[in-house]
Unconditional design. Structure first.
Length: 135
């Protein structure tokens, strides 16, 4: 049996339960997520992944921090975004640059796995439909 708790609402009409208040809080939080910086960064990452996949269809997009920072800043309409600030934005999402050899040079690169970016987009915004998927 599920317990129902009554909340003292200081004269506001209606019986409120903890679960109804939690649902209201979640709907407010979910609507704010759509416009959050994190959601916008995830959408910008998805755009970068889509652009790279159209040029070179691979499972991962490999890009330097400075190149990714410039591309994300442009997509967000920001004047600039430093690689350090980009790292601060991407680290909580599970992305960190790692030492990579590419084209005969070694340097730090982000490895953007398409499935990881798609999962984040599903979580923070309108998830994309990949070719062959239907809604």
């Amino acid at each position: 049996e599920r317990a129902s708790w009554r909340i003292d609402t200081d004269g506001v009409p209606g019986p409120f339960t903890l679960s109804s208040l939690a649902q209201d809080l979640c709907s407010v939080r979910d609507s704010e997520v759509e416009h959050s910086t994190t959601a916008r960064v995830v959408e910008a990452l998805w755009d970068v992944v889509e652009e790279e996949r159209s040029a070179r269809p691979t499972s991962d997009v490999i890009v330097s921090p400075s190149q990714l920072a410039a591309r994300v800043a442009a997509k967000l309409g920001w004047e600039k975004l430093s690689p350090k600030t980009l790292a601060t934005l991407l680290n909580p999402l599970g992305f960190a640059s790692k030492s990579t050899r590419e084209g005969g040079t070694r340097g730090r690169r982000y490895h953007l796995h398409i499935d990881a970016v798609k999962d984040l987009l599903d979580r923070y915004g309108e998830g994309p439909l990949l070719q062959g998927e239907s809604s």
